[in-house]
Design a protein around this ligand. Sequence first.
Ligand SMILES: [Zn+2]
Length: 401
Amino acid sequence: MADLRTFFRSLEERHPRNASNIAGYIDRDGVFQWHVSGHDNLPAAVTVFDVVGKRTTGVVYTNLRKNHWLYTYTSGEGGNDLVYIDDKSASADAERIIGGVGNGKVRVLADDGPGPGPLRAPGGLYQAAKSLHDSQAPVKYEGENHTRDKGLHRALRYYMLAAYALLGKCRATEETDVWNYIAALLVDDEGRILSYGVNSGWFHHGETNMLLNYFRAHSNVATFPANTIVFSTLTPCKQCSTYLQGARPANSVIFIGQEDSGARGREGEKFGVHLSAVTDPIRYRTVTETWNNVVIGRKPPVGWAKVGEPITEKRRGEDKVEKHPLEEHLSKQMKEGASVADQIGRECQDILTHARGTFEYKSGKRRNNDGGEQSVKAQVLEYLNTWIASVNPQSSLRQVV
Ligand SMILES: [Zn+2]
């Protein structure tokens, strides 16, 4: 074998249904190792990159359409890791289908199953999300009929808090090659988490991993399901935005937790809504207190900036509690103008740990089962608490493919 372009043309003829989703690399022995993906939302080049690792074997050649999201961070930025096959001539001594797929070096936080099951409530989370999304401002509640809506709107905040708690749990594993700073959840109308993802480096951003995980489990669909809600802890970047926009059904809502002050974060502002703009901000607890003899928070480190107006509560039988707006406080810990994803410090880890403590506290509290607001909140918290307890970052940070 010689010319790679000619070889790609022959592969395209042999795989007409997946003709534009071929990728491969030339190994040290001059052999072209290639892979064809059967799914538009699972690029062959992702598989190849995950098998060979980042920048260890030179470029990955592909015939993906040129406006594909994967080019965003794999080409042009000080490197040229992904090359469109017609742009660069290359030849190889032989060719071989990539074998041993699963020996990938890049890891993705992936769900191992469908989760504990749907809410007992008859759904309605999507409609609640849609009405909030479209209102562009917090909804005012009047009369008793609104109690269930109010519960569903509160529930949306719990999903975002669960995403932050997931980050806090990941940070605790201290996986050095994982940033663990962006999490994304895909949630259906009944509140079931269908997929989730956490940053695992390079182009494997939280939202991208969430989508790759979903489509890996559902290889015969073109979009994720209708009537779903995406929760992203940070404004999606250009790459993730492009992937999300291409993979989402018309009936879907995207909520953003924290604003990315970096240039990469602007793209996602166009179609996602900040959850704290349409509901009350998520607040987390910082002062040491115990609940059922379990420590659920601890004092913030000395020198922490006070951000926003903390809410101070004193309850019977409990210590004084200070609650801080989560997103605002996280932003304060970041350097001005830099991409949030590029920096995570001790303070951010502490905030995420506190967010996790807050989430676990909320999950553990007993609530009335009155059929309205309290019932919805109780069910969501019960579900999320089981879900997050089932996530084991170290065993879930498994190899791709
Ligand atoms: Zn991204």
